[in-house]
Design a protein around this ligand. Structure first.
Ligand SMILES: NC(=O)c1ccc[n+]([C@@H]2O[C@H](COP(=O)([O-])OP(=O)(O)OC[C@H]3O[C@@H](n4cnc5c(N)ncnc54)[C@H](O)[C@@H]3O)[C@@H](O)[C@H]2O)c1
Length: 258
């Protein structure tokens, strides 16, 4: 299939996990459309590397929380590529300050839940509506992959708003899967564990110590490339009788142990 024939939108794809996904889906032959709040110039070297690898991409600086940005971005994507085969809802934020649940501010709740849950909800709605207008290719109209977290089920009392936002995305995955299955739009969820990115920089020492202490069965940091490979698996043609499912990409952290 010609490269331009399949397009993947990746939110928050300028760095970290989103960029790892962009590299992998680019290598899989997708054209990549990225919406991110970061300035293009700040991540120039990442985009140069994509270009060098022969990946066709479009970048727009904007936020998933802004209706105007979401709509302008989809318009640009359709103008350039004509169709959206995959949406990866990766953009997400942690609280600016980690604070005990009993000290959490409404501002922090609104920022985290407003971005991670509300932003993803309306980005998904916009792109799902577009996917429904598209003809079925192979056995599907489109695929949506939500990047959630181990925090869907693991409590962190000093960033509870993050856990709540990600738990919300788990049921978002289910309701979108339920609603869109008959139209052959498939929805999957990936729950990363501890991944080495800017987001975990502030807790790098803490997590490195936990890895050293054997808390994670596969005793190493996860990398954006680990998530890219899992997204790639969902975006091929291997899960066409599967929707609304999640997979942990967490080095076995989800396993209950004695
Ligand atoms: N790093 C981890 O250990 C880890 C673990 C589990 C889940 N996750 C999730 O993976 C995703 C990526 O995280 P990361 O670790 O790469 O962090 P990161 O901070 O490096 O990347 C997040 C990206 O999202 C972008 N972004 C933030 N708000 C946005 C908005 N409103 N609109 C558009 N883009 C926006 C940022 O600019 C950034 O490029 C997040 O959803 C995060 O919650 C990360």
């Amino acid at each position: 299939m010609d490269k331009k024939e399949k397009t993947a939108i990746i939110t928050g794809g300028s760095r970290g996990i989103g960029y790892g996904i962009a590299k992998q889906l680019g290598a899989d032959g997708f054209s990549i459309a990225i919406l991110d709040i970061n300035a293009f110039a700040d991540y120039r070297s990442n985009f140069d590397a994509l270009e060098k690898a022969g990946v066709d991409y479009l970048y727009m600086q904007g936020s998933i929380t802004e209706k105007g940005d979401r709509e302008a971005f989809l318009e640009k994507t359709l103008a350039k590529y004509g169709r959206v085969d995959v949406l990866v809802n990766n953009a997400g934020v942690a609280p600016k300050v980690r604070q005990d649940l009993l000290e959490m501010t409404e501002e922090s709740f609104d920022f985290v839940v407003g971005t991670n849950l509300k932003g993803t909800m309306f980005m998904s709605q916009l792109v799902a509506r577009q996917m429904l207008k598209q003809e079925i290719r192979g056995q599907k109209r489109g695929i949506i992959v939500n990047i959630t977290s181990s925090s869907v089920t693991v409590s962190s009392v000093n960033r509870a708003e993050y856990c709540m936002s990600k738990a919300g995305l788990a049921i978002l995955t289910q309701v979108y899967a339920d609603r869109l299955a008959k139209d052959r739009v498939f929805i999957y969820e990936i729950r990363p564990g501890v991944i080495d990115t800017d987001m975990t920089r502030v807790v790098h020492k803490k997590y490195s110590d936990l890895i050293e202490a054997g808390v994670f069965p596969v005793a190493r940091w996860g990398y954006p490339e680990d998530i890219g490979l899992a997204v790639s698996a969902f975006c091929g043609d291997k899960f066409l009788y599967t929707t609304g499912n999640y997979i942990d990409v967490d080095g076995g952290f989800h396993i209950k142990r004695l």
